[in-house]
Design a protein around this ligand. Structure first.
Ligand code: ZN
Length: 253
């Protein structure tokens, strides 16, 4: 087969995944055999779950589209392509359950704080993460690029920031979760739902000062942890407000 040239242009923040010496997000590859567009894109360092629209010579294609001759490839991330490319989109945005890798404990806590269902096990290995993702139809959150490139991953996200609050905002934007935020409905420890309980139900388990000062309580339906509107509640509420105002700023609301 005669080698052919593929010119790829990465739009939006996909440049994040390219080496820093790639001007304008444009990469040229000489290829010697028929190759799927997905493999060519991932060879540039961009995991496929980050790619929402692929145009090959102006036509929208799927990940398995085979390249066998010279081609111009335009690659768009989620949320940035033209509205008229909507039917070419390869990613779903309406997923609100996640599995996070062991390095994303603080992001997990933030997302649970906002009411989102996030499976997390600090010790989980790659195979366990992929199993949970596939069996429970969860989106994979990881900063392990190789893991995100795994063939069975359909929906996933690589948080750009290393800061948990920034990552939280990124995830809410990526998966369009703004309307689904429900603070203090999920256990930060075990991810199960919280249930309102009366003070008399939990009074035996409370510290003396908590008994005196607080009236409203919630209990985890999983691990039994009791939550009340104490000082930790106020701290958490402040963090939620900061995240929510940052989101409003960024989306121009
Ligand atoms: Zn719990």
């Amino acid at each position: 087969m005669t080698p052919f040239a593929v010119r790829l242009r990465f739009h939006g923040d996909l440049g994040f995944f390219l080496r820093s010496n790639v001007p304008g997000g444009i990469i040229e590859r000489i290829i010697a055999e028929k190759t799927s567009v997905k493999d060519v894109i991932e060879s540039c360092g961009v995991p496929h779950p980050e790619v929402d629209v692929i145009l090959v010579d102006g036509q929208g294609v799927g990940f398995n589209h085979a390249l066998a001759s010279d081609a111009e490839v335009e690659v768009f991330p989620v949320g940035t392509c033209d509205p008229h490319l909507k039917e070419k989109q390869l990613q779903v945005s309406c997923i609100s359950t996640f599995v996070a890798d062991g390095h994303l404990g603080r992001l997990t806590r933030n997302l649970r704080l906002l009411g989102f269902d996030v499976t997390y096990d600090r010790q989980a290995d790659d195979q366990q993460l992929l199993d949970v993702m596939a069996h429970e139809n969860r989106a994979l959150l990881t900063r392990d690029r190789r893991l995100l490139m795994h063939a069975i991953v359909t929906t996933g996200y690589y948080p750009r920031s290393q800061n948990a609050d920034e990552q939280t905002i990124e995830v809410i934007r990526r998966f369009d979760l703004f309307e689904s935020i429900a603070p203090f409905t999920r256990c930060l420890r075990c991810n199960e739902k919280l249930q309102e309980v009366s003070k008399t139900d939990v009074i035996e388990k409370l510290e003396p000062l908590t008994k005196i000062y607080y009236e409203q309580f919630r209990r985890c339906t999983g691990c039994g942890q009791i939550y009340w509107t104490g000082s930790h509640f106020e701290k958490l509420q402040k963090r939620i407000q900061i995240i929510q105002s940052r989101l409003a700023e960024k989306s121009g609301v």
